[in-house]
Design a protein around this ligand. Structure first.
Ligand code: MG
Length: 260
């Protein structure tokens, strides 16, 4: 079942998502050589508390932290650790979820530690743009596969691959709701998009083959071939005047930028 949210509900989701994106921007400024991924998690947890939001990931299916921190060849679900120390040139995916009055926010960014090689900059640019391409496809009357097509074609035209094993999702009163939102075109069920649906668009873009594996900690997902990975995510909804990125003030989304 795909839920559609009222304006009142969307306002709660705006709050939940704006808090998350604000904290991600704060964490980005903390990405310095020598910081541990556990310190980043503490900043995230303290910030959520200060904002009056609950951590959506902590305890989710047993996940032990508020923040997922995935470094270099790690794709998603990296567990923060006191012994994982970031170094100059690393690329770090930060994925954070919140709950405000029972409504969820879920967003992710990938950023570099200090100066990063030019090929990493390119990977990050392509992955972020692929996410915005997916969001641009969130028009009433389109299908879920239009999102996957937009993401996949942008990524593959730039010589990268999209991960298949993990996909975007509906979001609202739960972190993961119907429908799944693949970052590629998939045959089969293909719901039509309607006003008020809320989707987390989250391409995972890798430099090599798309295959991934899960480490012995049962959470950390890495590329099977050791390629680098970038992950960007925004929760967005479909309005009469186009997609609304829920972390942003209510605006029409167009051509990679928010305009009034
Ligand atoms: Mg998500």
């Amino acid at each position: 079942m795909i839920c559609r949210r009222s304006d009142k509900e969307l306002e709660k989701m705006h709050q939940a998502n704006a808090i998350v994106l604000h904290i991600l921007e704060l964490l980005k400024t903390a990405l310095e050589p020598g910081i541990t991924t556990a310190e980043l998690d503490r900043i995230a947890a303290d910030s959520l508390k200060r904002e009056g939001a609950k951590a959506a990931f902590l305890g989710y299916r047993g996940f032990p932290a508020s923040l997922c921190v995935s470094v270099n060849d790690e794709v998603v679900h990296g567990i923060p650790s006191e012994t994982k120390v970031l170094a100059e040139g690393d690329i770090v995916s930060l994925d954070l979820g919140s709950i405000v009055d029972g409504y969820y926010g879920d967003n992710a960014i990938t950023a570099g530690v200090g100066a990063i090689p030019e090929q990493h900059e390119r990977l990050l640019t392509v992955a972020e743009r692929a996410m915005f391409k997916g969001i641009e496809a969130m028009e009433a009357g389109n299908h879920i596969s239009d999102i996957g097509h937009a993401v996949q074609s942008h990524v593959e035209c730039h010589g990268y691959s999209v991960v298949r094993e993990y996909v975007g999702h509906g979001i609202g009163r739960a972190l993961h709701e119907d429908p799944p939102v693949p970052n590629y075109v998939q045959a089969g069920r293909d719901p039509r998009l309607k006003k008020g649906m809320c989707l987390a668009i989250e391409p995972m873009v890798v430099t090599g083959e798309s295959h991934v594996k899960t480490l012995a900690d049962k959470w950390t997902v890495v590329t099977a071939d050791g390629g680098f990975s970038a992950h960007f995510e925004r929760s967005a909804t479909i309005t009469d005047s186009g997609p609304w990125i829920l972390a942003e003030p209510k605006r029409v989304y167009s051509e990679g930028a928010s305009i009034v």
